[in-house]
Design a protein around this ligand. Structure first.
Ligand code: FES
Length: 114
């Protein structure tokens, strides 16, 4: 018997570059990028979460923007390297999941495909 109660586990909702929505089980302390990558969704995340590549760029749903800690200067600087940056752009490797983010919605930005 698995000790993970999938039904009640926290989830994130990810829309891929084709517009398909995926519901992913999320684990506290994981980077949102790692959750997306572990499910096999198309995210390049070239630098593995070191805030050095901007290929984990996502758009955060407006309802969630204020619930995520503000980006560091390093993240803001790195986002300059991303394509199609919007005011709700974030690097998913810099968002650490916690249970307060249960239900988070993000969309993979163009240019993040592997
Ligand atoms: S994985 Fe490289 S900046 Fe996020």
């Amino acid at each position: 018997m698995s000790d993970i109660d999938e039904e009640n586990a926290p989830k994130i909702h990810v829309t891929d570059q084709q517009g398909n929505e995926h519901e992913l089980m999320a684990l506290e302390g994981w980077r949102v990028m790692e959750i997306i990558r572990d499910y096999g969704l198309p995210i390049k995340a070239e630098c593995g979460g070191a805030c050095a590549c901007a290929t984990c760029h996502v758009y955060v749903d407006q309802d969630w923007l204020a619930k995520i800690p503000d980006p560091t200067d390093e993240e803001i600087e790195r986002l300059d390297d991303a394509f199609d940056v919007e005011e709700n752009s974030r690097l998913s490797c810099q968002i650490i999941f916690n249970d307060g983010l249960d239900g988070l919605r993000v969309t993979l930005a163009p240019g993040t495909e592997p």
